[in-house]
Every structure is written in C-alpha cells, then in structure tokens.
Design a binder for this molecule. Structure first.
Ligand code: ZN
Length: 238
C-alpha cells in the first residue's frame, strides 16, 4: 500500500525530548511516518542509543488512531565531527562564546541535517519534514530560528524542484508547553516514556535519575528540561 505523498512525513529524530514529542505529533497527523537520525561523532552517543527504545515503545502508547511508523534511517554525518571544534564533539567546556552563541553550537548542523533529510524525503516520496527546533528556548542557536527554517524550505524546494513542507510544532512554545503537548498527545504514559527513555543532557549522564528524567542536572540542556518540567507540573496544580 502506498500513501499519497501528502500523507507521508519524515521526522528528524535524535532520541531527545523535543524530537520524540515531534514524532508523536507526526504519528497523530500523517498516515505514514519515517524517521532519520544523524551520527556525527557526538561525544556521548547516549541520545542515539535512546532512539530504538522510543521507536519501539511510542506507537503502542498512542492508541489506535495514529499513522504507521515506517523505516528508520541512520545517516553518518561524521564529517561534522571532523570539522567542528565545539563542546558537543570535543571535550571542550560548555560556555557562552564572545559571539553570544553557546559553545555547544555546531555551525551549519541543522542546515546540513535538513539537506540530508530532504534528500531522503525526495527519494521516499515524502512531502512533509518535521523537526523539533524552537525559537522560544533556542539557547542562541541561529539555525533553530523560524526565519532560518523558512529560508531552508525555500532553498530546498528551489534546489530539488519539489514542494516540501517543513513542520516545526515546537517553534513558538517553551519547554513547559512541550511537556503539555506530549501529555495532550499521549497522556501520562507518554510523559513517563519521555522521562524514562529520552535523553537531553549535554554531558551524556544516564546514571542520575530526576523527576524529569536522567541527566547531570546542571548543564544548560538539563536546566531547560528541569525548569520546563517543574513549570508544567506546577501549572497543573494551580
Ligand atoms: Zn546535563
């Protein structure tokens, strides 16, 4: 069975909280959903190892009313690791640089990932590309901005002579609302899946378990996730 291109989506899926939420969002909207992950020599391959359990456990949580989960594509983007000198790919300290971007910024990462994803989508007759970038909590990453994504959509469509639609369901919401979105889509069971199986911590810490999941608790990614979770839970009580 082959679905109409407009009912097919490709999700950039890293194994983190945001892309896991986007995957569930896509499964609720499209008949056929494929995933793509990029291996680029991250210091800690923890995120990549979170992908398989999420792919296995997420669909059953969504009830009967969701699309089919199709192929998972893993792309070797090691060239990024070879080129980059940042905290995610080297053992450099995480800090703010003089330019105002955190040292975890990998120049061109999302631009490269989107280009590779579009190349896969083109060959798979997929029209929709979904990614979990966010301008609200964007931590200073310029390639997460709405303008960047809109420009990429135009560039990809011109360059491949096609009509991809880039979806960014988290663009204008904060981390607390990302937790709320997950709850709306998959209830407490999905919240628990995110807490237990997804990974966000920059340091790759998987031994310390907090209310909001595993992580060091002090790096910028852990702080965002923790503060969002606390706001999400306190918002529910008031
Ligand atoms: Zn951390």
């Amino acid at each position: 069975m082959h679905h109409n291109e407009q009912q097919r989506a490709l999700v950039l899926f890293s194994g983190g909280q945001d892309s896991t939420t986007c995957l569930a969002w896509a499964l609720k909207r499209f008949a056929h959903v494929e995933t793509v992950g990029f291996d680029y020599g991250q210091r800690h391959n923890v995120e990549m190892s979170c992908r398989a359990p999420v792919l296995e456990k997420l669909p059953p949580l969504l009830g009967n009313d969701h699309g089919a989960l199709g192929d998972d594509h893993v792309v070797d983007a090691g060239v990024l690791g070879a080129l980059s000198d940042t905290a995610l790919t080297r053992d450099a300290e995480i800090r703010m640089t003089d330019s105002g971007s955190p040292s975890t910024f990998v120049p061109g990462r999302n631009i490269l990932f989107l280009t590779l994803a579009a190349a896969i989508a083109y060959r798979r007759s997929i029209r929709n590309i979904v990614l979990g970038v966010c301008e609200t909590d964007y931590s200073g990453y310029p390639d997460c901005r709405d303008d960047t994504i809109k420009a990429m959509q135009a560039a990809l469509n011109l360059g491949m002579e096609t009509d991809f639609v880039l979806h960014t369901p988290l663009m204008w919401i904060d981390k607390a609302d990302t937790w709320s979105m997950a709850e709306e889509i998959g209830g407490e069971a999905f919240i628990n899946l995110i807490r237990e199986e997804t990974h966000t911590c920059y340091l790759g810490e998987r031994d310390i378990r907090h209310e909001w999941g595993y992580g060091c608790g002090t790096c910028p990614a852990c702080e965002l996730r923790m503060r969002g979770y606390e706001k999400f839970r306190s918002g529910k009580q008031s």
